[in-house]
Design a protein around this ligand. Structure first.
Ligand code: ASC
Length: 231
């Protein structure tokens, strides 16, 4: 049991480090290499998009997924942990919506078309399905009158849906990063590997590592909340 706990701590620490360094990297990307952050219809408004996605849709969603696995929360009530899980996911959803408003605003001001790229199609689908997952999750697991049989029947879909959406969001972020580097690097171009290209490629790698570790933590049966290991 002690060995199990130590392994959990190591993986959680590396995941937290990868997540926090990703946030530092996306901030350095927009503040040092790009136009900074502002809400003015210009490129600095677009820059809220990657920043809010990495903080909300990736880091907070990843944290929400593994909150039930944290041993020092196991003395808290299940209901309290459900509120934290739902609250983090709600915050992630709100930040994802704001991050999309920043893109549409910037596109419209600069007369760039909306919703033509694969990044935008899969990304919008992910935000819509995430909203659906949130509404169904609250309805199923936070409404006191929902029958236990419905909760149990829906749980495999809720778990699968959550892991699928989290994985999809990371894939969509990698497409967005690639797009942005191809669009914005000129002289030297992306293919010439300027410092920004290398730096942002590393950001993409960090997002993959964070995703891989969250999925690992979420799928270890022996790391589940004790009352849940029987399920
Ligand atoms: C809940 C809850 C669970 C599931 C389970 C059904 O509301 O806290 O762990 O539903 O009871 O699988």
């Amino acid at each position: 049991a002690m060995e199990n706990f130590k392994h959990f701590l190591v993986v959680l620490s590396v995941a937290a480090a990868a997540g926090l360094v990703s946030i530092i990297f996306v901030l350095r990307w927009v503040l040092h290499f790009r136009e900074g952050l502002a809400w003015d219809g210009g490129p600095a408004e677009f820059n809220w998009h990657p920043v809010l996605i990495v903080i909300g849709f990736i880091f907070l969603q990843g944290t929400a997924i593994i909150v039930y696995r944290i041993p020092w929360t196991w003395h808290r009530s299940k209901l309290m942990m459900k509120f934290i899980h739902a609250g983090l996911n709600l915050l992630a959803f709100i930040l994802a919506v704001i991050s999309m408003v920043a893109v549409f605003d910037f596109h419209n001001a600069a007369k760039i078309p909306n919703m033509y790229s694969l990044h935008s199609w899969v990304g919008l689908a992910a935000v819509i399905l995430y909203g659906l997952q949130l509404v169904l999750g609250v309805g199923m697991y936070l409404m006191p009158f929902t029958p236990a049989s419905w909760r149990a029947a829906f749980m495999p879909l809720h778990v699968y849906g959550g892991l699928f959406l989290f994985t999809s969001v990371i894939a969509v972020a990698l497409m967005g990063i690639t797009e942005k580097l191809i669009f914005s690097l000129s002289n030297p171009k992306y293919k010439d590997s300027p410092p920004e290209a290398i730096f942002v490629n590393v950001l993409g790698l960090l997002l993959v590592v964070f995703g891989a570790l969250i999925l690992w933590i979420a799928t270890r049966k022996s790391w589940k909340r004790p009352s849940e290991q029987i399920l």
